[in-house]
Design a protein around this ligand. Structure first.
Ligand code: ATP
Length: 204
């Protein structure tokens, strides 16, 4: 079983790429969704977050206000690292459980993670695929998809790993500046390729 991490900056199209792979029947672990669920539903995690960030992250009914938490951490890299240190180990545990239930006939599985390299998740996997798109295209997509300003998207982009770093760190890249039909052809190409891969760990 080959494990391939899919990553990319905001609006690059990693979720779109993953949904195209999913249509081919490949299992996908959605690390970002799992992280959100852990933050929302794990009482121990909530307490650790309150210990680190204070009651300011709670709303009037003592529930986590994710918007305030996001505002705090996205303005401060150290606090973001602190939040990630609380959440990522739990995401890895959940991933280990998820792996156990994969069907044995499965040739490869994907892991969608916006923080594949920053979190260290890539070290648990065999290969990485970065989805790359031009900044202008990404800004246009995100401002169309969400009710956010160009400034908000740009600020988020600045906090993320750069395209140059992604190109350097990833094993494979998909350029996603064109039409969805082009993207679909690229996914078909990588699907065929991934079916032929061997784990580098098996070669070592
Ligand atoms: P985020 O990190 O913000 O979750 P993402 O990298 O997962 O973003 P997507 O959600 O897949 O990106 O794509 C962003 C938006 O752009 C979506 O609305 C998606 O439908 C659209 N999109 C992605 N690729 C293309 C494309 N090639 N052509 C047209 N629209 C696209």
């Amino acid at each position: 079983m080959i494990l391939i991490g899919v990553t990319g900056g905001i609006g690059s199209g990693k979720s779109t790429v993953c949904s195209l792979f999913e249509k081919k029947g490949n299992p996908i672990f959605f690390a970002d969704i799992v992280a959100k669920e852990i933050i929302n539903s794990n009482g121990v995690v909530l307490q650790e977050i309150i210990d680190s960030f204070g009651n300011q992250v709670l709303d009037s009914s003592k529930k986590l206000n994710r918007k305030i938490l996001a505002e705090i951490v996205f303005e401060n890299k150290k606090l973001l690292d602190e939040l990630n240190a609380i959440v990522h180990p739990r995401v890895f545990e959940s991933f280990e459980q998820w792996k156990k239930q994969l069907p044995s006939k499965c040739v490869y599985a994907l892991i969608e993670s916006a923080l594949l390299f920053e979190s260290g998740f890539f070290e648990l996997l065999d290969y990485s695929l970065a989805v790359i798109a031009n900044d202008d295209e990404r800004i246009m997509r995100v401002t169309t998809r969400d009710s956010v300003s160009v400034e908000q998207v740009t600020a988020r982009m600045k906090q993320q790993i750069s395209t140059e770093e992604l190109l350097e760190l990833s094993d494979f890249q998909i350029q996603n500046n064109g039409m969805l039909t082009d993207l679909s052809s690229k996914v078909n190409f990588f699907h065929t390729l991934f079916c032929t891969l061997t784990s580098p760990k098996a070669i070592e």
